[in-house]
Design a protein around this ligand. Structure first.
Ligand SMILES: Cc1cc2nc3c(=O)[nH]c(=O)nc-3n(C[C@H](O)[C@H](O)[C@H](O)COP(=O)(O)OP(=O)(O)OC[C@H]3O[C@@H](n4cnc5c(N)ncnc54)[C@H](O)[C@@H]3O)c2cc1C
Length: 403
């Protein structure tokens, strides 16, 4: 038998991997992160939710106001119909709009400062789990650990190995996006002050507008309609950008920084997100269309739960129990399913027109929606969330609310 050199190996150092690694190292476990890229590396996913902040506080993150912009609200806009609504987010925790290269680098440096070892430009290729340990094979060598955390994002290392990936159909199919600098129009300056994310509804999906520091903007088109692969390029993005009066005004005088990028592979759940001597967190456990900016929030909260359950198990030597994380399934599913249903209602029941634009008429419903948009998914007294969850069995809260 090979003697494990590590208590935990974490594959991947996005927000999920760095969170899990830091929380375990804070409790004196010997942790190695293996990351296939080198930080700072580009990543999309820039708008945070307030309820991520308690996790960042536990990590000891110090926010540099010169690098990150305060986020205060979320606006949903139908330009053609002339309707819009703004939701203030949870005021207790300050969220940010972040450039991910910088943000993810900060998180992984923070992990290292807590004692985590980091191997970059090394890719995990194979994982062999036996009763007493886990053998991890990379493109550069082999390691032995007591436990593996899969935080490889949408690469889903263990999900693919265990054939646990189930696609969630009918949400966004792909995204086309880019960044702009020197956005200094009056509307751009107003947006930097407000710090809001704007979501523009369009016939084939939606467009995000995220303000970043230094007069920069992140803009992306998410497409839900089936579109021939030959037409999924930059011209489609340009068409929708040019058709939007808001974007035309906002981008007056701005310079596009990069070519339009594309991402596909949207929305899935990993039905085997834990087992003997391994657990998945973040996108490796499941990924949802980013309309409500839930990705990093689900990444860090799922990583926190995995780390908190593992600490006593490692201390007591019970980490080999294949059911170690089963007690967390209800908690995880409540959060993920609530967000999934929320996103599904956006696409299938035109929820923004039928509910969001009507929300100013009822403070209660507006607060309930704002709570979900803040990531407040486990508080237990959200009537709108309850209806979403019940609707899954009863074929839709839309039956009652016109969704
Ligand atoms: C178009 C789009 C827009 C989005 N917008 C938002 C948003 O506004 N707000 C938000 O919160 N979320 C958003 N997201 C989602 C967000 O990007 C993810 O949910 C988040 O990055 C998940 O973090 P993670 O740590 O699980 O994975 P990742 O951040 O993807 O990190 C995974 C890491 O694992 C590494 N890795 C992969 N395979 C291996 C391997 N075999 N060996 C070693 N390392 C490996 C990768 O290099 C990477 O560094 C968006 C996503 C998309 C696609």
């Amino acid at each position: 038998m090979t003697i494990p050199n590590y208590d935990v190996i974490v594959a991947g150092s996005g927000p999920a991997g760095s969170t899990a690694a830091t929380l375990l190292a804070q409790r004196n476990h010997k942790v190695l992160i293996i990351e296939r890229s080198r930080h700072p590396r580009f990543h999309i996913g820039e708008s945070m939710l307030p309820l991520s902040t308690p996790v960042f506080n536990r990590l000891g993150i110090q926010w540099d106001r010169k690098r990150y912009l305060h986020k205060n609200g979320a606006q949903f806009i139908d330009e053609k119909g002339g309707q819009q609504v703004r939701f203030c987010l949870n005021g207790q925790y300050q969220p940010y709009q972040v450039e991910r290269a910088c943000f993810d680098h900060m998180l992984v440096n923070n992990a290292v400062s807590h004692g985590v070892e980091l191997q970059q430009e090394e890719s995990v290729r194979a994982v062999d789990i036996d009763t007493d340990s886990v053998q991890v094979t990379t493109d550069l060598g082999r390691y032995c650990t007591r436990y593996l955390i899969d935080a490889t994002g949408r690469s889903t290392l263990m999900g693919r190995k265990q054939t646990g990936i189930e696609r969630i159909e009918n949400l966004g199919r792909f995204a086309l996006y880019t960044h702009y600098r020197n956005a200094s129009s009056t509307t751009a300056r107003e947006l930097y002050l407000a710090g809001d994310i704007k979501v523009l509804m369009v016939d084939i999906g939606w467009i995000w507008i995220i303000p970043l520091i230094d007069s920069r903007l992140s803009i992306g088109l998410v497409v839900q309609q089936p579109i021939d692969s030959s037409q999924r390029g930059a011209a489609l993005y340009e068409h929708y950008k040019n058709a939007s009066p808001i974007l035309t005004e906002l981008l007056a005088g701005a310079e596009q920084e990069t070519a339009v990028r594309a991402e596909a592979d949207f929305s899935f759940i990993n039905t085997r997100r834990h087992g003997r001597r391994y657990a998945c967190c973040g996108d490796a456990a499941g990924f949802l269309d980013p309309i409500f900016s839930s990705g990093v929030f689900l990444a860090v909260t799922s990583a926190e739960r995995v780390a908190d359950r593992m600490h006593p198990a490692l201390a007591n030597g019970t980490e080999g129990d294949p059911t170690l994380h089963a007690a967390d399934d209800d908690h995880y599913n409540l959060g993920f399913r609530s967000m999934q249903l929320f996103v599904e209602r956006y696409y299938q029941y035109d929820m923004v027109h039928h509910l969001f634009f009507e929300a100013d008429r009822s403070e209660d419903i507006k607060n309930d929606i704002a709570a979900l948009l803040s990531g407040d998914l486990w508080r237990g007294n959200n009537e709108f969330q309850r209806m979403l969850l019940e609707g899954r069995q009863n074929r839709g809260p839309g039956a009652r609310r016109g969704l």
